[in-house]
Design a protein around this ligand. Sequence first.
Ligand code: FE2
Length: 474
Amino acid sequence: MIEWGISAAAHDAALTVVDGDKILFASHAERYSGIKNDKHLNEDLINAALKFGKPEKIHWYEKHKLRAMRRLLSGQGLIRFSVRQYLADFGLKDIPVEFASHHESHAAAGFYTSRFDTATALVIDAIGEFDTASVWLCDGEKMKKKWSMDYPKSLGLFYSAITDRVELKPNEDEYILMGMAAYGDSNKYYWQMRELYEKENLHRGCRWWLSGNTDYYDFAAAAQKIYEEEFDKLLHRAKKSDPTQDNLVLSGGCALNCSANHIAKKYFKNIWIIPNPGDAGSSLGAIAANNRRRLDWRGPYLGENIDTEYPVEKLLTSLLEDGIVGVASGRAEFGPRAFGNRSLLADPTRPDIKDRVNVIKRRQKFRPFAPVILEQYASEYFDMPVEVSPYMQFTARCKFPTRFPAIIHVDGTSRVQTINEEQHPGLFELLTKWYEETGCPMLLNTSLNIKGFPMVNDEKDAEMFQGMYNVKVY
Ligand SMILES: [Fe+2]
């Protein structure tokens, strides 16, 4: 039976298609509309999903009435929104709709794509219907909520409010704040910011806080420090819920804080984070929460297909000649990061590469790029907090930072992606050949997009990218 999961009308709309335990398609509205984090569905996305068959059931992410009630109670006003009308406007009439709650969907997205039979799930985000953090005990078909933190107290809202305070875009640029943290003094504003976190409702930001002060790097450093301290407390709470449990599923938008995720190893042996742990990933999570059945997770390559064989030789030649190349081949990644199908790849040893990639992507100069490394060499080059890190979810200290200037952050760490043959045979072959030619087992890997725009989706986008910059895209 074809079922759809939809996360829409909040931010970063997404759609997942499953048939039984098979995930047939998953993508974001932004990839089809060209509007970054587009909150609404669009016809092109719907048509792409319809290629896999008409849905017999739709799972809608969020108990919409509960959310409306919370908005009303928190003074955000009344929203008039009918899910059925919204779907009807896209021609999706007369299809049964089942609703799934926000945090339950986050937890289910993680647990039912993991390889764990049992696990503790910790969900942390800005806000669900009312929950802002929750702990779930998961066992087969059962998922039981053990604890939750309620609005307005929220670690996610706090991090987004500071993102807004330093003039970045909340709900989008939190990862930039995380990158800025390494440049600041985390103690300078620590106590003032702690007070802000403890006492204020930060749902509408805190632009008024220390108004006029522009020590943004110090703000970022204090925010990251507080985040890590609070994250540690939440992990402790999750462990206490079932002290015998070694498996952790981490979910919610805050699971993208890769600088903090290593702390989970203090409490749990095994950690699984779906590469799309935020609200868009809950288009899949809504299906999982309602069906309580394992989904056959084979990787994040679930979006639009560019039907070409992975161009290993062309990529290798360009990398050896020019040091930088784009790739748009196979199915697009579901989630905010590119893992080799919509990637800009580059030689991490060349000193000029970081600036060249920054110019192409119009990014702030301070921001680090991530490496993709052959899995078998990861611990030789990095102090890995986990054995494998296929989705860039953990930072690791590089043992030879001066040799790889393009992928080292100012604090000496990198957000590592490990790769093996099963994950992506083409990218694995490319890395293997690159290693044979150069003795370097890694490449810089960043998403094929420019700042403020979504990732390249189809052939047309790829051609446009190639035309705009002097970089080959295969
Ligand atoms: Fe969420």
